[in-house]
Structures are given as C-alpha cells and as structure tokens.
Design a protein around this ligand. Structure first.
Ligand SMILES: Cc1ncc(COP(=O)(O)O)c(C=O)c1O
Length: 393
C-alpha cells in the first residue's frame, strides 16, 4: 500500500553515523592495523559497576516499572538542581528542572514549546546534525551563523544581531561543541545571552559535554550567578548519557524558568509521559555517588586530547587541528581538490580509520573532518597521527 508521508521527514537523509559505518572494510586489515573508530561520540567504557548493581536491585522493585511525574522523579530534579547550582556557582531550584529521555529529546521538547513551523532559529555552523534534522522536520528555518577556524570555531556574538528576524525564536549554542570541540568563553556566552535578552528570544545552550571541560576550567558560564537568570531567556539542556556512560538508559534534562518548564511538561506528557524510570534512577545514582568516577573520566578524556595534540605536533602530515576540546577534534585535511567525504571514505577504506566528514555538519565544511575521542584508548592516539601521515605519503 502506498500512502503519502511527511515531505519534511522524507527530505531528510539517513542518520550520518550509519553512513560512515558503511564505508568500513575492517576485514581487509590484519591485527597490526585494527579499526580506529573516531566517528561516533559514545564512551568506549561501560557504566560504573556499582551503578549497575544498584539498578539490578531497583528493577526488582515494583515501583520502578511505573511512570514517574511528568517532570521527573523529585529526588532527581533536586539532585540536578543542586549539581547545576554547584557547577555554575548560582541559584537553581528543582522547579527549574524537567528530566527528559536524553538531551536530544530535551532539544525536541524545547523547540516544540518555543517555535512553530515557518519560524526561524539561529544555529552556529557547523552544527550538531540532530539539531538540524529536528528543525527541518518541524519546518523551522535554520539561519546559519558561520564559525571560522581563525576564531577557534567560536561563533562571533557581534554577527548574530543582524541575523535575527521578526520570526526568529531562538539562538542555539553547543558548548563544548559537537562537532568542533570548541569551548565557548564565558564572555562570548554572556554576549549571546545579552543579544537574546534584548530581542526577547531564547538562548538554548546544549551542554551535553560540560563534564568534560578541563578540570581547572571553573564554571562553564556565569549565567546562573545572576539571580535574575530566569528572565534572561536561557534554556539549558543537559545529558546524563556521556558523563555516566548511560547512553542507552536515556536521561537528560531541561533547566529553565519554571513557566517554560510548565510548557515543556505539556510536550513531554504527549511525547513520552515521562523519561524512563530506570534511566532516571541511574542518573540519580550517578549524581549522588559517582563524583569521583566523573572526575576520573574527565581526566581520561583530557589525557586523550593531550596525547593526540602532542602526536599531531610531531607529525608533518599536513592535517591540522583547528579546534579541540571535550570529546572532539575538528581537523582540516590538506587536500584543496578533495571534499571531506572523499577523504573520510579513503581514511576508512585504506587506513581503517573511521571519522566523520565535515560536510555532514553543515555548509562550507569540505576541508574539515570530525574526530571523536570517546572510544579510543590513549595509546592509539599516536596511531591516528601515523595513519594520517601515511595518507599523505
Ligand atoms: C551536542 C549533543 N547534544 C545532544 C546529544 C544527545 O544526547 P543524549 O544521548 O542525551 O540524547 C549529543 C550526542 O551525541 C550531542 O553531541
């Protein structure tokens, strides 16, 4: 039977991670050249064993099988409010928090509550492809705000004002950024918030990777230190996926003014009624008991970044790191006459190295490749540099 489908959905391509996986031919390589997969941003280690033990005990309790409040388990809302308040040195309360089934759902809910088809949203480019896909599916026009290598891939707040239109509903920032790894300075974030505030639009901050900022970085931004932050337009999105290695349990959050949380809860009620109960229990356990584990993983990831930077400094492959941080390096390839997909396919087929071409993240990214360090051991980072050097021989 044939029936019409939404043209907004059919126009969207297959998810990019699957396409990158289809280029691999790992059986062609021997044990001396194992697959190095820097394409997907998924931790290569499992959750803490004590968290798994705790969940095993929770699944035997009848209550775990049932819905929670739409906004989430009160204890988790409270724990995340406290954690956010400590991490940002500001005032956040449980009524500012709604728990979601991951940060992707948090973004979807935020957009549903903010914008209608035909309105527009400003996305720094390159962008996180799921953000672009959500906006396309919802019929919301994307206004790109280009980021440049000579500015460390940090968007320039002085360029955003001219892009805001009467139908613009939000500016979206991701920091630390996917795909570039760029960490947006506090001052830059404050300037974006100021512009959003003056124009009466929202500033959505996806901070999925904030637990992987350098350990001496301090607060990711100063927004919450202002007691009036709830009127500033800030909508903060968070993920428990990477920090506690829980990608399959689906836990994330929206943190915003309670009047926005009230609208977001209507969307959540229709979408899923609540985030998975077991995932919420996992997140709660993480916040309550895994502070040291979180710090250890942060330093593990920082070690991978340092090792890769140092390997690239000693390599003369012509590949260049243009920005790096948290989980990602954004690399410029040396070929003027080849697009990023050609280069990524060759690295996969000839060097057993899987990365994502820049073209998957937005316009004008054909000189760029994204490397995600989440699932490569530190010892392999030198091999990445060596395989890039082989590629230009
Ligand atoms: C910027 C960004 N936001 C959201 C997500 C999705 O997070 P979650 O697993 O919490 O839905 C990812 C995952 O790669 C991401 O990179």
């Amino acid at each position: 039977m044939s029936y019409p489908k939404s043209p907004l959905v059919t126009a969207i391509e297959e998810p990019p991670v699957a396409e990158a996986a289809s280029w691999l031919q790992p059986d062609l390589f021997g044990a001396d050249k194992p697959l190095i997969n820097v394409s997907q941003a998924v931790p290569g280690y499992g959750p803490a064993p004590e968290l798994c033990d705790h969940l095993a005990s929770m699944v035997t309790q009848e209550d775990t099988a049932f819905y929670t409040h739409v906004e989430g388990i009160p204890a988790l809302r409270d724990a995340l409010a406290r954690d956010t308040a400590v991490s940002y040195d500001g005032g956040v309360t449980p009524s500012d928090v709604m728990i979601t089934a991951g940060c992707n759902q948090a973004f979807y809910i935020a957009m549903m509550a903010l914008a209608v088809s035909g309105s527009s949203v400003i996305l720094p480019s390159p962008w996180y492809f799921n953000h672009r896909m959500v906006l396309d599916m919802m019929g919301i026009e994307i206004i790109p705000l280009p980021c440049r290598p000579d500015n460390g891939m940090v968007p320039d707040p002085s360029e955003v004002e001219a892009l805001i239109r009467a139908d613009t509903r939000a500016i979206v920032l991701v920091t630390p950024n996917n795909p570039t790894g760029a960490i947006y300075p506090r001052d830059t974030i404050a300037q974006f918030l100021d512009v959003a505030n003056r124009h009466g639009i929202a500033l959505i901050m996806d901070e999925t990777y904030r637990d992987f900022l350098p350990s001496d970085y301090g607060t990711p931004h100063d927004t919450y230190t202002d007691p009036g932050w709830r009127d500033s337009g800030l909508i903060h999105l968070y993920s428990f996926s990477k920090v506690f290695s829980l990608t399959g349990y689906r836990a994330g959050a929206v943190v915003a003014d309670p009047t926005f949380i009230c609208e977001a809860a209507k969307v959540m009620d229709c979408l899923a009624i609540c985030a998975p109960h077991i995932g919420q229990l996992a997140a709660l356990y993480g916040l309550q008991h895994l502070g040291d584990w979180r710090a250890e993983k942060r330093s593990l990831m920082a070690g991978r970044i340092d090792a890769f930077q140092s390997a690239m400094e000693h390599s003369n492959s012509g590949y260049r790191i243009r920005s790096i941080g948290a989980y990602f390096a954004y690399m410029e390839h040396p070929y003027q006459d080849q697009d990023s997909k050609q280069v990524a396919i060759r690295l996969a087929r000839e060097h057993n190295l899987s990365c994502m071409p820049g073209s998957m993240f937005g316009p004008d990214q054909d000189r760029m490749l994204r490397f995600a360090f989440a699932n490569v051991e530190t010892a392999l980072t030198g091999d990445i540099a060596a395989r890039l050097a082989e590629d230009v021989m």
